[in-house]
Write a protein that binds this ligand. Structure first.
Ligand SMILES: Nc1ncnc2c1ncn2[C@@H]1O[C@H](COP(=O)(O)OP(=O)(O)OP(=O)(O)O)[C@@H](O)[C@H]1O
Length: 253
């Protein structure tokens, strides 16, 4: 069996002594696109922050590419787009500069960018449909385009694993489609994705597995549940392929 890209074992995480995640286990293997779903405040962001070591584990373990997280050093293998980071707010940088900063972990700060760095930046800009905006200050872009800039920044590092926290939240339809296309290409080259989402929208066909977090635990790990509202549709036939635990409606805000 190949080594999992992410392996979380019986993890518990809390803030200021208040438990948020309890006994969470999760395995993500190479090439999977796993969506973490759940209601507001259920602990989705906390789960991916724990995977990345941004919040400490209370108990349990996390391994990345088969290496215990505390000994993991190859962070260039992972691209991370945090939730609602305003890429442009007050930052005079151009789109290309922000995307190019995604190469730093790979090339090191002291070495000037080479041909491979420039090619990776241009490829990432094209992947998210922003090649024609490369010279523009990020602050002049729409929220969706700013979010795409951050995704391009993560792609520019040529990661093997992309971790995205609500990449399409509040993002216009064109940007959602552009992002879905970029993700499709990334997965086509063997990439692995862990993303938090409320609404899957155009991402839905790309998702290979859904993990639903409810009250700090994983209550579903398998097929993507139908969106809330589906049950109300007149042609809904009440066949539940995911079994009685189907968490309908839990992941809709
Ligand atoms: N840095 C923090 N310090 C203290 N409490 C926090 C912190 N971050 C999150 N929390 C709390 O932990 C709980 C889970 O938050 P988390 O952001 O993981 O949920 P989420 O499922 O991602 O929610 P949302 O969909 O609203 O982003 C919430 O009650 C939140 O208020």
């Amino acid at each position: 069996m190949t080594t999992p890209v992410i392996q979380v074992g019986h993890a518990s995480v809390g803030y200021d002594g208040r438990p948020v995640l309890r006994d969470v286990s999760l395995t993500v293997t190479a090439g999977e696109v796993v969506a973490v779903l759940g209601a507001n405040g259920s602990g989705k962001s906390t789960l991916i922050r724990a995977v990345l070591g941004l919040v400490p584990l209370g108990t349990g373990s996390v391994e990345l590419f088969g290496v215990p997280q505390r000994r993991f050093r190859q962070w260039h293998r992972i691209g991370y787009v945090p939730q609602r980071l305003g890429a442009g707010s007050g930052v005079p940088a151009t789109v290309r500069e922000v995307v190019a900063s995604g190469r730093l972990a790979r090339r090191g700060v002291l070495r000037p960018p080479g041909r491979a760095d420039r090619a990776a930046v241009e490829a990432a800009l094209r992947a998210v449909g922003l090649a024609d905006r490369a010279r523009d200050p990020v602050a002049t872009l729409s929220g969706g385009q700013q979010q795409r800039t951050l995704i391009a920044r993560a792609l520019a590092g040529e990661p093997e694993l992309l971790v995205l926290d609500e990449p399409t939240a509040g993002v216009d339809a064109a940007s959602q489609e552009a992002f879905a296309g970029a993700l499709h290409d990334f997965v086509g080259t063997g990439g692995t994705v862990l993303l938090v989402a409320h609404e899957l929208g155009p991402l839905r066909p790309l998702i290979s597995r859904a993990v639903v977090v409810h009250q700090g635990g994983v209550c579903h790990d398998g097929a993507v549940p139908e969106p809330a509202g589906h049950h109300a549709e007149p042609d809904h036939d009440h066949v539940h392929p995911h079994g009685p635990e189907e968490p309908a409606g839990l992941w809709s805000s």
